[in-house]
Design a protein around this ligand. Structure first.
Ligand SMILES: [Mg+2]
Length: 196
């Protein structure tokens, strides 16, 4: 029986951050590079109104998600985890992106137990429902909010999520490091169970 629940964000966490960049550069006639992504809110980065970005996303969102590039190591690590842990994807993507999201996960051979498309960035309640033991994220504000609710968070380091972190949030560089930390948390939980 798998009793350890890993909650995972999608965009920028299992996908490369900035997969929207070529689409947005084309649409808004900009020449932004990956290193320029220092703000999470894309419309602010592009210097446009939020409504303008939303119109772009309505038109290209599905296509962007379809073309998203998977981060190094994600496929192997999650496949290995799936034998031992429960895998829950918790994303701010909207419900209308379910089909393209499931298709992308399947094409990239990523197994999972559940997926929640929240349509907003408040992930605490869903983390509680999932019985989250650890949450992997790329958005700074989400990490803080989850940490304040008592969850441990691994924040994958990006140009747009700098800042001081509380002690239950660990900044990580890649999926090899994430794998090591999760494995050690799982071992501690098992030892704790034996001790009890
Ligand atoms: Mg994200």
């Amino acid at each position: 029986m798998r009793v350890f629940n890993v909650c995972i964000d999608i965009d920028g966490t299992i996908t490369e951050p900035g997969d929207w960049l070529p689409f947005a550069n084309y649409y808004f006639k900009k020449e932004l590079k990956s290193k320029d992504i220092t703000i999470y809110e894309i419309y602010q980065l592009l210097g446009i109104k939020e409504e303008e970005y939303n119109r772009f996303y309505d038109q290209y969102g599905e296509w962007m998600h379809k073309e998203a590039i998977i981060r190094d190591g994600v496929k192997d690590v999650i496949n290995k985890w799936y034998d031992k842990y429960m895998i829950h994807f918790i994303t701010a993507r909207e419900e209308r992106m379910r089909e393209v999201t499931l298709e992308w996960l399947e094409n990239n051979q990523i197994p999972m137990d559940s997926i929640a498309l929240l349509g907003n960035t408040n992930k605490v309640q869903q983390a509680q429902i999932a019985g989250c033991d650890i949450f992997i994220e790329d958005r700074f504000e989400n990490a803080i909010q989850l940490a304040q609710a008592g969850f441990e968070v691994l924040l994958i380091d990006c140009g747009y999520n700098k800042g001081e972190l509380p002690k239950n949030v660990t900044r990580v560089r890649n999926w090899t490091q994430i794998d090591k930390i999760i494995e050690s948390r799982f071992q501690s939980m098992k030892e704790l169970k034996i001790a009890l």
